[in-house]
Design a binder for this molecule. Structure first.
Ligand SMILES: [Zn+2]
Length: 326
């Protein structure tokens, strides 16, 4: 963001920046810049290989997403229906135990989590689609308002997207203002246990061999996770040896199954919380597209394509949305 006090930028430059970010010019002048401290709250999946310019661009996009959520929540009494705890990994024992704790807290039934996105949204995590380079999966910010924002790469296949969302949840639960060398590993361990509890998946991975690719495919459909993830999980749990793990990766590579870019059969998990909030504005506030875009600090065209083109899906959670009469 450009601080008004140091506005050396010409109107032409401002217009160019606004076009690049697809946001109104007013936003660049009016809104406070990202504070230095906030940048520490950001977690990039695969951040290590990210060039600094890309990182800055994503920070700006995340900040815009935050402002969009904040703007759209004005006039709405919003309360997440599930708690999002902050846990100390040393106190609870391990990232896996933290994941088990959250599963219990949220009363998630044993077995696969059918719709992870529903749980995250119920816990106050706004999932915002974003165009990002292929090597970036998501970036998350824990906010002071009691809700949080994850901007995710909208081009990810479903299994990678679920793993990413679970990883980001791990950061939100475990890494509130604590950043160590093991942060990424801990989020990965949290995600693995959250999506596939060891106790349940161990017997299903035991005795796996590279001749069992069909079994691996079945497990993928059942747990809704990626094939390479399952191979790694089998290795981490000691169900297969390191040598077998390498053979599996070679096999997946040779069949083109290692890095999918499109998904075949797993159902997509489309976020819908913001659409519900928009619905309240449309119904009870009589907001037009221009009003909504203005509240979201977006251009009407971008707002429409991001939020008004996907139908809102049924969710089993109480939404915790109430209109505030003003
Ligand atoms: Zn991470």
């Amino acid at each position: 963001m450009i601080e008004s006090g140091v506005r050396a930028a010409s109107d032409d430059l401002l217009a160019a920046i606004a076009t690049a970010l697809d946001c109104p010019i007013d936003l660049l002048c009016a809104e406070a810049p990202i504070r230095g401290g906030e940048a520490q709250d950001l977690h990039f999946r695969r951040r290590t290989t990210l060039p600094i310019t890309e990182r800055k661009r994503l920070e700006a996009k995340l900040h815009l997403s935050y402002l969009t959520v904040k703007g759209l929540l004005r006039g709405i009494d919003y309360e997440p229906s599930l708690p999002l705890p902050v846990l100390d990994v040393d106190e609870i024992g391990s990232p896996a135990e933290a994941a088990q704790y959250v599963r219990r807290l949220w009363r998630i039934p044993t077995g696969p989590i059918r719709n992870l996105t529903e749980y995250l949204e119920a816990a106050g995590v706004f999932l915002m689609p974003c165009n990002a380079p292929n090597k970036v999966d998501a970036v998350t910010r824990r906010c002071d308002e009691g809700w949080h924002v994850t901007a995710y790469n909208s081009a990810m296949p479903v299994d990678r997207s679920r793993l990413t969302r679970s990883h980001e949840l791990g950061h939100l639960v475990l890494h509130y203002q604590t950043f160590g060398e093991n942060t990424e590993d801990e989020a990965n361990q949290f995600a693995a246990e959250f999506l596939t509890p060891a106790e349940e998946i161990y017997p299903q991975l035991e005795g796996l061999t590279t001749r069992d690719l069909a079994r691996l495919h079945d497990l993928r459909m059942h747990w809704r996770v990626g094939l390479p993830f399952l191979v790694r999980r089998a290795g981490d749990l000691g169900c297969i040896s390191e040598r077998q793990q390498r053979s599996f990766y070679q096999l997946l590579n040779s069949r083109g199954l290692m890095y999918r870019t499109a998904d075949d059969a797993l159902p997509a998990e489309t976020p819908s919380m913001l659409q519900r909030i928009i619905g309240v504005h449309q119904r009870d506030h009589d907001y037009s597209l221009d009003d909504l875009a203005q509240a979201a600090l977006m251009t009407p065209a971008r707002f429409e394509s991001d939020f008004l083109t996907t139908p809102v899906e049924h969710t089993s959670f109480r939404q915790g949305l109430r209109l505030v009469q003003s």
